[in-house]
Design a protein around this ligand. Structure first.
Ligand code: SF4
Length: 330
């Protein structure tokens, strides 16, 4: 709730603070048990920082993180340790996230010692079971990461994550480092594991196709803020924020003949610096619908349709505001 992370920018030997990079700035959302929330946006929009804040790998500058009813925002590392088993992260790069000098057995087996499985035989059996669960051969136990393809290495990373029987997994760009031909296999594996183990996911990705395949709901981030959040179907078929519309219009269509083509929207300019973001609506410097109010009044995230929220003064495809609901202006 209202989560922020500002990284101080310093100058000179005395490290005088001259500003702050507002990587995440007042982000609020919830994730229900057993669901998958996709988080999308261009690089630098704050997706990864948000994932790290949820798991307390980064300390928030403001706001709160509540996990299964417990406020963990300021919990000590000691009290947090048992909860860390329940919240695990899958990292982007299966090449650098595995220690090349350790065998698969050592990598995946390390967390089992935390679970109290101490004997070598017990750890080996537990690791082999989990390797089978992620579609690897249990005989791979004694092999090294360099002997595997990218997709297999990501499976090893997923196996390591599952060893502690987590309930919430934050997957940070889980397939972006993989060949396109392998991406679907890993995404399908994540979906199968969710069904089998009752997992809850936050999937962070810049690729809207990946998120579309696996998510129940999707949040779109721009310059440290959530600009739209809603159920997958309504967000993909009737996006409300101009930025979401532009992102979707850039998704390649394999065979455009069988589908009504969305008009391609070419965004002007680059994403502004998070050190000095534009005032009010942060998207106004690139938005083709911007009006004066967009430069002076920050639009709040407000519900426009069933469970579909947007932060925009002039949403796209917007259904009429129901009677009695004020227009989302500030
Ligand atoms: Fe564009 Fe204005 Fe909406 Fe911002 S508030 S996205 S500038 S229309």
């Amino acid at each position: 709730t209202d989560l922020s992370k500002h990284f101080p920018v310093t100058k000179g030997l005395l490290k005088r603070q001259v500003g702050a990079v507002k990587a995440v700035d007042g982000v609020s959302f919830d994730v229900m048990q057993g669901e998958t929330l996709g988080v999308v946006g261009e690089s630098g929009c704050g997706k990864t920082t948000t994932g790290r804040l949820i798991t307390r790998l980064l300390e928030p500058s403001g706001g709160t993180v509540v996990f299964e009813g417990q406020d963990i925002t300021h919990m000590s590392q000691k009290r947090l340790r048992p909860l860390r088993r329940d919240m695990q992260m899958i990292f982007q790069d299966p090449y650098s996230s595995l220690n090349p000098r350790h065998t698969v057995g050592t990598i995946v087996g390390a967390p089992f010692h935390i679970q109290g499985i101490k004997t070598e035989h017990g750890v080996k059996r537990a690791v082999q079971d989990i390797l089978a669960l992620v579609g690897l051969n249990p005989e791979h136990y004694n092999r090294y990461p360099h002997e595997f393809s990218g997709g297999q290495r990501q499976r090893i990373g997923i196996a390591r994550t599952l060893a502690l029987k987590p309930r919430l997994i934050i997957a940070d760009e889980p397939v972006s480092a993989l060949d396109v031909s392998i991406q679907a296999q890993v995404v399908n594996l994540l979906a199968d594991l969710q069904e089998e183990l009752g997992l809850t996911y936050v999937v962070i990705a810049h690729d809207l196709s990946v998120v579309r395949h696996i998510s129940d709901r999707v949040a779109v981030m721009y310059l440290g803020k959530i600009v739209e959040i809603g159920r997958r179907k309504s967000l993909y078929t009737a996006p409300l924020h101009p930025y979401t519309n532009a992102l979707l219009s850039a998704v390649p269509i394999p065979d455009p003949r069988g589908r009504s083509e969305r008009e391609r929207i070419r965004l002007q300019g680059d994403v502004p610096s998070p050190l000095n973001p534009p005032p009010a609506c942060r998207f106004h410097t690139r938005c083709w619908k911007a009006q004066d109010v967009c430069k002076t009044v920050e639009p709040v995230l407000a519900e426009r349709a069933d469970g579909h929220q947007v932060a925009c003064h002039f949403p796209e495809n917007a259904p009429a505001v129901p009677d009695g609901v004020p227009e989302p202006t500030a």
